[in-house]
Design a protein around this ligand. Structure first.
Ligand code: SF4
Length: 208
C-alpha cells in the first residue's frame, strides 16, 4: 500500500500520549479505561488544558494496530479516544482493530466534524469556539457541557434539545472556575434534575 493510501485510511494516527487510568468524568466516571490522546485540534478553547495537543504535526504517527496492541496489553476493557479533537481524523481503521480485540470503543469529542468509526459510547462535548457538525448530537450517548460562564446554561439547553431521549445530560464546571461555578451548577441541577453534575475526579485523585 502506498503512503497516500495509508494516510487516506488513517492506518497511522498522531498519538500525543496513551495511558491506562481511571475515567474521571461523565457516565463512566470511576471505571478503568485506556486513554489514547490523538494530536490535532482546530477548536482552540481559551481554557484548554491540553494545548500541546493542537499541532497535528507535533506528534508521532503510529500504526493503528500498534496503538491497539498496546491498549489490549494494558488489561483494559475500555478504550477512550480523546484529543485534541479526534473527530478531525478518520477513525474507522482504529476502531476496527480495537473491536477485533474485543475492546469497547468510547470517544470524547466536541463534534467539530462528522464522526467516523464504530463506537460503543459517544461523549459529545460541544465547544463555543467551533460549532459542532449538525450530525453529531443525535448520535450522542452522553452530552457533557463544560460550564465556564452562566450563559453556558442556556447554551447547554440548546444542545439538550438536539440529542436523543436516552442521552445522558451532564454539566461540568470548568476546572479553573470550579469554586465559582460549582454552587451555580448545584442550584441549576436541583431545579433541572434531568441534568447531572460531572466533576473531573481524576484531578482530585492526581492521576492523568
Ligand atoms: Fe482543547 Fe478539547 Fe477545546 Fe481542542 S476541543 S481546544 S483539545 S478543550
Amino acid at each position: 500500500m502506498s503512503n497516500s493510501e495509508s494516510e487516506i485510511l488513517n492506518l497511522e494516527l498522531p498519538v500525543m500520549e496513551d495511558f491506562y487510568t481511571i475515567q474521571g468524568e461523565g457516565f463512566h466516571q470511576g471505571r478503568a479505561a485506556y486513554f489514547i490522546r490523538l494530536g490535532g485540534c482546530e477548536v482552540r478553547c481559551v481554557w484548554c488544558d491540553v494545548k500541546d495537543s493542537w499541532d497535528v504535526n507535533a506528534h508521532p504517527k503510529i500504526a493503528v494496530d500498534v496503538i491497539a496492541d498496546k491498549a489490549k496489553a494494558s488489561g483494559t476493557e475500555i478504550c477512550v479516544i480523546t484529543g485534541g479533537e479526534p473527530s478531525m481524523h478518520n477513525l474507522q481503521a482504529l476502531t476496527d482493530v480495537l473491536k477485533d480485540k474485543s475492546l469497547r470503543t468510547h470517544i470524547e469529542t466536541s463534534g467539530a466534524y462528522p464522526i467516523t468509526g464504530t463506537w460503543d459510547w459517544i461523549c459529545f462535548s460541544p465547544k463555543k469556539f467551533k460549532p459542532p457538525h449538525p450530525s453529531v448530537a443525535a448520535q450522542a450517548h452522553e452530552l457533557k457541557v463544560v460550564v465556564f460562564h452562566k450563559s453556558d446554561f442556556a447554551w447547554a439547553e440548546d444542545f439538550a434539545k438536539q440529542v436523543g431521549p436516552e442521552c445522558k445530560l451532564y454539566l461540568q464546571p470548568e476546572w479553573s472556575k470550579e469554586n465559582d461555578i460549582l454552587p451555580q451548577l448545584i442550584e441549576y441541577v436541583k431545579k433541572n434534575p434531568q441534568w447531572q453534575i460531572s466533576l473531573q475526579v481524576h484531578k482530585y485523585m492526581n492521576i492523568p
